[in-house]
Design a protein around this ligand. Structure first.
Ligand SMILES: Nc1nc2c(c(=O)[nH]1)N[C@H]1C(S)=C(S)[C@@H](COP(=O)(O)OP(=O)(O)OC[C@H]3O[C@@H](n4cnc5c(=O)[nH]c(N)nc54)[C@H](O)[C@@H]3O)O[C@H]1N2
Ligand SMILES: Nc1nc2c(c(=O)[nH]1)N[C@H]1C(S)=C(S)[C@@H](COP(=O)(O)OP(=O)(O)OC[C@H]3O[C@@H](n4cnc5c(=O)[nH]c(N)nc54)[C@H](O)[C@@H]3O)O[C@H]1N2
Ligand code: SF4
Ligand SMILES: [Mo]
Length: 757
């Protein structure tokens, strides 16, 4: 008999479950760790057992090690010295001084002068949850994040029309419409390329793409409405006018489920369709065909994204999108729009609360200050101006419009703290930079859970411990709350003791504290982390605050949770246990199409077709044009688009990009010829805001007059020989170029000039 050791093959490294952090799909992954210290992500593959992605992964995560083992990673807290340079300090000093400085600003000027920015990127939303403890301790009132430079206009419209967030079912739709959205590269739907191919190859289904570029998605489309940049408002108004004028509305649905449609109809009955098609740059016959296809389909799924959300008339375009969808009855039936059952809603669409930002008076939507207005909320003598910022898991100096003005604004702040893994463009302007564990060194999760009828949540387990001296954001917020005295040891002790006794005792203790101590709820996330984090399975401590989130979800969507097979004497605890017990993602909610109509969040449960705030802009289209003529800047620049190897600024090392490392400016052959530019050549790209040198990629996907830069490029990197791959797009954009109502940017139609070098 051979000895047992002879039977063992050389042990193959274990495949460990996690998820991709590069876009909001968060596909389930399995990784093999290795390298000298066992900390490298050596192999990465899609996780077949993940309930949402089912083994799917695109080309981007294969080299996630560029994120995990970035040489530019910060490992010690940094403090700015008087000479402007950073010095390393120990954690006790960092926590004490940051806590003292923030408290001093609160005491002198009020917590409403401190901005909380960020809270998470594409893969990590737990920091934002735990930051509630910090926000409560400081009395922070104003917050913002990337959603307020893309989704707030749409959220405003949905808040008015149906009082809830909704998404669309591309898996089952007869007709799928993408408006300014290129899911071939940007995904945003589970297994996007599979879904797109299925839609494209089925002759009984139709794909419509509205995009000025012939995108990879448009290649698959049956109808490509190659709109002129920023022409979408005219195009969508024309489509809806065809539906109204040709009698194609779903009048029964409107009658049964809607109200105030009589206020809408007159705006479209006499709309000059031919004129609008011309302004949009689309042939009238093609527009009419698209309108008829949409109106006659049994189900239509529609998705709008940055091509229109970061563009002129964006809130109006969102309204027109939903008029087309709801006016043809595409809500609450299979293959159309559905309301989302979230575990926690990071994007809410509710009634307008009438809140506005203190200096500019811009609407606060979804609780967020419009990103483009942030510099104006700082660079002023106004007594209510923002004076400090707490930035976490975001890089606003790079990602928001007008980097130059963002730098000025951040320099003008009295105090800035940045919590990140890298010394980002934003961190470089901070007074203190607090480094944290990476997303593979702690439990993490996102609340980008928008699917239907099954909805998924994935609490990922840490793949490894953080390096000595680093820890997660929950630990950081707990330490800050301890420094402020808002995290009370007596609460922690009471909860920890109750946890040992059992869940009934724990729940009772928790709700007793809620009832007896007005400040408890504020510090609850950090308190839960302290009380039960270590009681959870290894590598899952950061899941502690999900206990409270599960309790709330259980009161809001109990039926959906039970249909997912989660049940128990206490539904919230059963949900929490299911989450904690699954490290490959779980179905936490199952919904029914029939119940969708009942989920309209407005009084009376009807769709309100009238959004009077937008009527003036709607009628104004008749006498306005897509872009003001400007001979100095005759081209339209899309400042930031998704390409094969882009992922915002999550991966900083330029070596990560297998393709497109130079971040070239895409330009049409006709323009290249006219300007004397060749593929691979260099050019000067200028806007009213800035001027840069770029590489040129001549592309027949572009229409003449339009050029495009990728997003997320142009980040400084400590270890890449000073190579900065590509252009930082927001050196070219201006904060005042934004939507009147939502304050979302016009990045996709930045007036520009291109010159050969
Ligand atoms: N590879 C990759 N995927 C990502 C990301 C990433 O960084 N890289 N980021 C994620 C994030 S944060 C987001 S928000 C999503 C965004 O996903 P998308 O919105 O799909 O991303 P973009 O490529 O920026 O813009 C979409 C399209 O808008 C088009 N467009 C430009 N101007 C106009 C116009 O005037 N009208 C119309 N109709 N279209 C126009 C562009 O040609 C482009 O094809 O992607 C996510 N997925
Ligand atoms: N011109 C132009 N600008 C754009 C866009 C565009 O198309 N054009 N797109 C916009 C869009 S849609 C978006 S969503 C934004 C995205 O912009 P941001 O919201 O600023 O997000 P990221 O650039 O991904 O930055 C995420 C940060 O989190 C850090 N990080 C990574 N892991 C961790 C962690 O575990 N903990 C902490 N604390 N930090 C971590 C990263 O180092 C990085 O600095 O960019 C926007 N900016
Ligand atoms: S689709 Fe998004 S989440 Fe999925 S593997 Fe690609 S980048 Fe990652
Ligand atoms: Mo985004």
């Amino acid at each position: 008999m051979p000895a047992p050791s002879e039977l063992e093959s050389p042990a193959a490294p274990e495949w460990k479950p996690t998820a991709c952090i590069l876009c909001e799909c968060n596909c389930g992954l399995e990784v093999q760790l290795g390298g000298e210290d066992g900390r490298r992500l050596l192999k990465v593959r899609g996780d077949k057992a993940h309930p949402a992605s089912e083994g799917y992964a695109c080309e981007k995560p294969s080299r996630l090690d560029f994120y995990q083992n970035d040489a530019g990673r910060i490992t010690k807290p940094l403090r700015r010295r008087d000479d402007g340079r950073f010095e390393e300090v120990d954690w006790d000093t960092a926590i004490r001084e940051v806590a003292t400085r923030l408290a001093a600003i609160r005491d002198a000027h009020g917590g409403d002068k401190i901005l909380y920015y960020g809270g998470g990127g594409q893969g990590n939303h737990l920091p934002g949850g735990y930051a509630r403890s910090t926000r409560a301790a400081l009395g922070i009132r104003y917050a913002s994040n990337a959603l307020a430079q893309e989704k707030t206009g749409e959220a405003f419209v949905l808040g008015k029309m149906i009082g809830t967030l909704c998404r669309a079912d591309f898996e089952h739709c007869e007709v799928g419409v993408f408006i300014g959205k290129n899911p071939w590269f940007s995904h945003s739907l589970p297994r996007a390329r599979v879904t797109l191919r299925e839609l494209a190859k089925d002759p009984s289904r139709t794909m419509i793409v509205i995009d000025p570029r012939r995108t990879e998605t448009a290649d698959l489309a049956d109808i490509h409405l190659q709109v002129k940049p920023a022409g979408d408002a005219w195009l969508l108004a024309a489509i809806f006018a065809v539906i109204v004028q040709e009698g194609l509305l779903d009048e029964d649905f409107i009658e049964a489920r809607g109200e105030n449609f009589d206020q809408v109809r007159p705006h479209f009955e006499a709309l000059p369709i031919a004129q609008y098609c011309e302004e949009a740059g689309c042939p009238e016959e093609q527009v009419r065909e698209a309108a008829r296809v949409i109106a006659n389909a049994s189900s239509v799924a529609m998705f709008e994204d940055l091509g229109v959300q970061m563009n002129r008339n964006s809130t109006l375009v969102s309204y027109l999108h939903y008029l087309i969808a709801f006016g043809t009855g595409n809500y609450g039936r299979k293959g159309s729009k559905y309301p989302v059952s979230s575990l926690q809603q990071i994007l809410q669409a509710g009634p307008d609360k009438g809140e506005t930002a203190p200096v500019t008076g811009t609407k606060i939507i979804n609780g967020l200050v419009a990103c483009n207005r942030i510099p104006d909320e700082i660079l002023t003598d106004h007594p209510d101006r923002l004076r400090a910022a707490f930035v976490e898991a975001a890089n606003p100096v790079h990602s928001l419009a007008d980097s130059r003005r963002m730098r000025e604004a951040f320099e003008a702040l009295e105090f800035v703290v940045v919590v990140d893994v890298a010394l980002t463009e934003t961190a470089q302007l901070a007074d203190y930079v607090l480094p944290v564990a990476t997303q593979f060194e702690k439990a993490e999760a996102t609340f980008f859970n928008f699917e239907f009828p099954k909805n998924y949540f994935h609490l990922r387990t840490a793949l490894m411990d953080p390096p000595e001296g680093l820890f997660s954001e929950p630990e950081l917020h707990a330490r800050l709350a301890e420094a402020w005295g808002t995290l009370k040891q007596s609460h922690v002790d009471a909860l920890a003791a109750a946890w040992d006794e059992g869940r009934d005792a724990f729940r009772n203790t928790f709700f007793d504290l809620v009832g007896s101590d007005a400040s408890f709820m504020g510090s609850a996330p950090a308190t839960l982390y302290r009380a039960i984090g270590d009681e959870l399975p290894k590598g899952r401590a950061e899941g502690a605050a999900l206990w409270a989130i599960a309790q709330i979800a259980a009161t809001k969507i109990p039926d959906s949770i039970r249909r997912a097979g989660i049940d128990g004497p206490n539904l919230g605890d059963a949900l929490f246990d299911a989450i904690i017990g699954s490290d490959r993602g779980l179905v936490f909610a199952v919904d029914e199409w029939e119940a969708s109509l009942g989920k309209i969040g407005r009084e009376g449960g009807r769709i309100d077709f009238a959004v009077p705030e937008l009527f003036e802009a709607l009628d104004g289209l008749a006498t306005s044009t897509r872009m003001p003529r400007n001979p100095d800047f005759p081209m339209v620049l899309s400042a930031g688009e998704r390409r094969s190897f882009t992922a915002n600024t999550i991966v900083r090392h330029p070596g990560w990009r297998k393709k497109g490392a130079d971040g070239a400016l895409a330009i049409a052959p006709a323009d290249a010829e006219r300007l004397g530019l060749a593929d691979g050549g260099r050019a000067r790209l200028s806007t009213k805001r800035g001027s840069v040198e770029v590489s040129i990629a001549v592309s027949d996907r572009m229409q003449p007059g339009h050029c495009a830069l990728p997003n997320g490029t142009g980040v400084a990197h400590a270890d890449a020989d000073g190579v900065v791959g590509g252009i930082a797009p927001n050196e070219l954009t201006a904060s005042e170029d934004c939507d009147d109502l939502a304050g979302t940017p016009w990045h996709k139609s930045t007036a520009a000039r291109v010159e050969a070098l």
